[in-house]
Write a protein that binds this ligand. Structure first.
Ligand SMILES: C[S@@+](CC[C@H](N)C(=O)[O-])C[C@H]1O[C@@H](n2cnc3c(N)ncnc32)[C@H](O)[C@@H]1O
Length: 479
């Protein structure tokens, strides 16, 4: 039996529970409940207060339609030494079923992304019912994009590029900056305030020529962000767009954008997870389900049969909470009641998981026509490792960089894994923030695929916040 511990730097809290949990699994191997030869155990410390994982999860490993192994994944944060053995034993036995909301799918195809999108579209309602704003749920309770010192340094670099072009009489009249995934607009405000201040001190007239584009897929978020930057009104335009495919809307700006700013968005875009076990690459397939306790609770509160919950959730995702309450006034008195339902569903949402052998890697598309052929080289030397394909982030990156002016750059503050070894050291998602999904971004894979398109990506710790898990990716075209 192979036992792997990924304690994420928390050995003090995890060691005792880990030993008890591992001991319990080993005993289950000894008494024949589990096959010790075909069982692996992963002990994680899941740092997110909320995630899609039950405390103990069994993952079948499927090779060519047959289950060849099982992985027992244990979240040590939610076990204590005294109860660990009984919790592990109870979870391994067949228990009360939950309600499945979908069939098996790669993570990027799961309905959790519909929940994620709904959250940003209906942020106002969610925040009203939850009683707190989304920024409080970000790592450290604030967005990296609002750090003034880092923003000033970025603007100094931008001015240096513009100064150089001015000297060569090559500076276009319009100076375009693009922000993707704008949230409450606070980082746009810091950027615009700082740019205007530096411009006033230096008297270079760049602010007057600035066109700051804010792109987001949520009209509500855009409206909120626009309100935050009212002082810069005529310098700012807003656009509804998909950050994963910005050129669908912005192709007319190819080669014209001097700076792209994208913070805490890549970690919010759909991704698959992959796992290498004994040198074989597996796709992690998931199946969203409502846990049994939530099924019981909601069936009771709404006075419906448990089997009616799946269709109700599907209807919520299709219509949103406002229309849901309008179409079912007998079940949901108003949009607040429908939002409370949405929040309970989100709270009780779990992902069943299985590993399915991936087959020819050239047939697996990561993003933008680039295949998984790079994966063996990337994962070589890391042993058994599970990591993100970061499909949405890489797709977004590859579809954004053609917009850049030849001297332009892209800066992203986000939860980047900078070395694949980090995946072996701790849990990197998916986690739940309020109503949205968070996954760390596979930096080495982004760097490799960006390189294939002629871009150099540098990953560094986020300036100004040494304890923050956020890192910065800076991308420029290779010389
Ligand atoms: C976590 S917030 C980050 C906001 C802000 N940049 C910050 O750092 O605070 C994620 C933002 O990305 C937007 N977003 C998520 N997925 C998107 C997509 N596919 N297309 C466009 N915007 C998206 C959300 O609406 C939200 O405004």
């Amino acid at each position: 039996m192979l036992i792997e511990a990924r304690l994420g730097g928390r050995p003090e809290g995890a060691a005792a529970a880990g030993a008890a949990a591992a001991g319990a699994v080993v005993r289950l191997g000894g008494d024949g409940t589990l096959d010790p030869v075909r069982t692996r155990v992963v002990l994680d410390w899941v740092q997110y207060r909320h995630s899609f994982r039950p405390p103990v999860l069994e993952r079948p490993v499927v090779d060519r339609h047959a289950v060849v192994e099982r992985e027992v994944a244990i979240d040590l944060r939610r076990l204590d030494e005294a109860g660990a053995a009984s919790q592990v034993r109870a979870a391994i036995q067949p228990g009360r079923p939950g309600t499945f909301l979908e069939g098996w799918t790669p993570l990027s195809g799961s309905c959790i992304w519909q929940f994620n999108s709904l959250y940003w579209q209906e942020l106002e309602l969610w925040e009203k019912v939850a009683g707190r704003g989304y920024v409080q749920a970000l790592p450290g309770g604030e967005s990296g994009g609002t750090d003034r010192a880092a923003t000033q340094a970025t603007i100094e670099e931008l001015f240096a590029v513009w100064d150089g072009l001015t000297a060569r009489r090559a500076l276009p009249e319009q100076l375009t900056v693009l922000e993707l995934g704008v949230g409450n607009g606070e980082q746009a405000k810091v950027f615009l305030d700082e740019l205007a201040a530096l411009d006033a001190r230096r008297r270079c007239g760049y602010y007057r020529r600035l066109q700051y584009l804010m792109g987001d897929y949520s009209p509500h978020v855009l409206e909120r962000a626009r309100h935050t930057v009212t002082d810069h009104g005529d310098r700012v335009s807003t656009l509804v767009l998909d950050a994963a495919r910005p050129r669908t809307t912005l192709r007319f700006l190819d080669g014209k954008v001097f700076f792209v700013y994208i913070s805490n968005v890549y970690d919010n875009l759909p991704t698959d997870e992959l796992a290498v076990l004994d040198d074989v690459v597996y796709l992690v397939e998931v199946r969203a389900e409502l846990c049994p306790d939530t099924v019981d609770e909601l069936a009771g509160v709404l006075a419906v049969e448990p089997q009616e919950l799946g269709p109700l959730v599907a209807r919520l995702l299709r219509l949103g909470p406002r229309l849901l309450s309008e179409t079912l006034p007998g079940t949901f008195a108003d949009e607040t009641a429908a939002t409370a339902f949405w929040q309970r569903v989100w709270g009780g949402l779990q992902l069943a998981e299985r590993y399915v052998q991936l087959g020819p890697l050239d047939c697996y598309e990561i993003a933008g026509g680039l295949s998984g052929g790079v994966l063996p080289h990337l994962a070589d030397g890391y042993g058994d490792v599970r990591f993100h394909a970061s499909n949405g982030a890489i797709e977004s990156f590859l579809d954004t960089v053609p917009l850049l002016h030849p001297l332009g750059s892209l800066v992203s503050h986000d939860l980047f894994v900078r070395d694949l070894a980090e995946y072996r050291a701790g849990f990197r998602g998916p986690g739940k923030y309020d109503g949205s999904v968070v996954n760390w971004v596979n930096g080495p894979l982004l760097q490799t695929l960006a390189g294939r398109r002629g871009f150099h990506v540098e990953l560094s710790p986020f300036d100004g916040q040494s304890r923050s898990p956020i890192a910065t990716a800076r991308a420029r075209a290779r010389d």
